[in-house]
Design a protein around this ligand. Structure first.
Ligand SMILES: *Cc1c(COP(=O)(O)O)cnc(C)c1O
Ligand SMILES: [Zn+2]
Length: 420
């Protein structure tokens, strides 16, 4: 980046507005409110134009003025700018006219949207002088911290619930990260990490670095708007764990509107959860402003946070935009995964199944009207959660290498073709 003052100004409490310096800290001393990065929008306005953005490399850093680092990104410089795919076959299946898939199942380098938040958090951690980075994770975050820390030569510790999918565990170990499996739910992992962060002084991407980390999610929303031709979609469906991504997609639409990069057309943000861990959507459906914590029990382990840190703010965003919340069972999640794969050739993890399943319900109930534009945020790759669909995706039919045996198969499938 050109040598100049950074565009971020301070950290600010979301509750009382008290400001803090741009350090590794995340809660207000007075009311324990979460801290958020504030920017100098006056300086960004007029500087950050569509032309400038379009002239830059196709990564999430083309929106760098709205991301919280002071200099050049030193971690994850290639992350982002994943495809936005027009999904006509899935649209027909779900009964809606204009449907798009924002496909972070192919985000670089670890195949989930977490590479966005991690590249911001680790770049900022380096600016603040940290040598060891860490996280409390439901899987994808651990993968991303492990990989990006390895590439940057940082030491990493990742803390996960002990019973995660094998694919997610191996995808952290392979990079040489220290992986600690906690016998407990994510909320217990998170509580322990808050203690460790205080004692060891590491950069915990989603604890003391959380204000920076969370801002990385905005890039997914910036890309959606640019890739739609500088427009805000009428409906965006986002799956929720802590609820942070949902709130940041909303913020990305607000920021681009405010900066005049898009016309400020109305938008609704819809939240998606698994029935087995749905504290946020349950509160939304009941019309409540606060959620009740739950004990997770779902195949969507990446979303299994029973006490979501940003649940309160996610509820607020759904309410303010007129969006809805909905949840889906494990079977509906698998069905969603299969539908996306069969219609669009995209293999999403369980979280993607949640998003597709919920979109299907919201379209069927008319909460998403058939003639309005819809974007589904697909956040992770199915190759990492094979356990979830094993035994539910059909079967290989095994034969000897003989034409006769193959024709036995064909006689079953398509008898007309066999003897012609
Ligand atoms: C972490 C994660 C989410 C949700 O993240 P929050 O910002 O905590 O709501 C969604 N999808 C996948 C695949 C994830 O790993
Ligand atoms: Zn405060």
């Amino acid at each position: 980046m050109e040598k100049q003052r950074p565009f971020m100004k301070a950290l600010k409490c979301r509750e009382c507005g008290h400001e803090y310096p741009l350090e590794a800290t995340h809660v207000c001393e007075f009311d324990f409110g979460p801290l958020e990065v504030v920017y100098d929008y006056d300086r960004i306005h007029g500087r950050l134009t569509r032309d400038l953005i379009e002239s830059r490399p196709r990564t999430m850093w083309r929106y760098r003025e709205l991301l919280p680092i002071a200099g050049e990104p030193t971690v994850g410089a290639q992350v982002g700018y994943t495809p936005l795919v027009r999904a006509d076959r899935l649209a027909r299946r779900l009964g809606v006219r204009e449907l798009w898939i924002k496909n972070d199942a192919v985000n670089y380098p670890t195949l989930s949207f977490k590479d966005r938040v991690v590249s911001v958090a680790l770049s900022r951690a380096r600016e603040l002088g940290f040598k060891t980075v860490a996280c409390a994770s439901t899987g994808n975050l651990a993968n991303s911290v492990a990989a990006n820390a390895a590439a940057a030569g940082l030491d990493s510790y990742v803390f996960i619930p002990h019973d995660l999918e094998q694919g997610k565990v191996l995808n952290s170990l392979i990079y040489g990260a220290r992986v600690i499996g906690i016998r407990g739910h994510y909320d217990e992992v998170n509580r322990l990490c808050a203690e460790i962060a205080g004692k060891y002084g590491w950069a915990f991407v989603n604890v003391n670095m959380r204000p920076y980390y969370a801002e990385g999610s905005k890039s997914m929303g910036f890309e959606i708007q640019e890739q739609l031709g500088w427009k805000i979609p009428a409906h965006t469906v986002v799956c929720m764990a802590s609820g942070s991504l949902l709130t940041k997609i909303h913020k990305s639409y607000q920021e681009f509107s405010k900066l005049g990069l898009v016309a400020s057309t109305p938008w609704k943000i819809h939240g998606a959860q698994a029935t087995g861990c749905s504290p946020i959507t349950t509160a939304q459906k009941a019309g409540l402003d606060f959620f009740k914590p739950v004990k997770p029990d779902t195949i969507a382990k990446s979303l299994a946070i029973g006490t979501p840190a940003d649940g309160f703010y996610a509820l607020k965003v759904m309410k303010e935009t007129g969006g809805s919340g909905e949840d889906v069972t494990d079977d509906e999640i698998r069905e969603g995964i299969r539908m996306l794969a069969e219609c669009e050739g995209i293999f999403a993890e369980t979280a993607g199944g949640v998003t597709v399943g919920v979109a299907r319900k919201l379209i069927a109930s008319g909460k998403i009207p058939a003639d309005e534009s819809v974007v589904l945020c697909i956040t992770g790759n199915g190759l990492k959660t094979l356990d979830a669909v094993a035994g539910h995706a059909g079967e290989t039919r095994e034969i000897r290498p003989s034409l006769r045996e193959f024709e036995g198969v064909m006689a079953n499938d398509q008898p007309d073709l066999v003897n012609s």
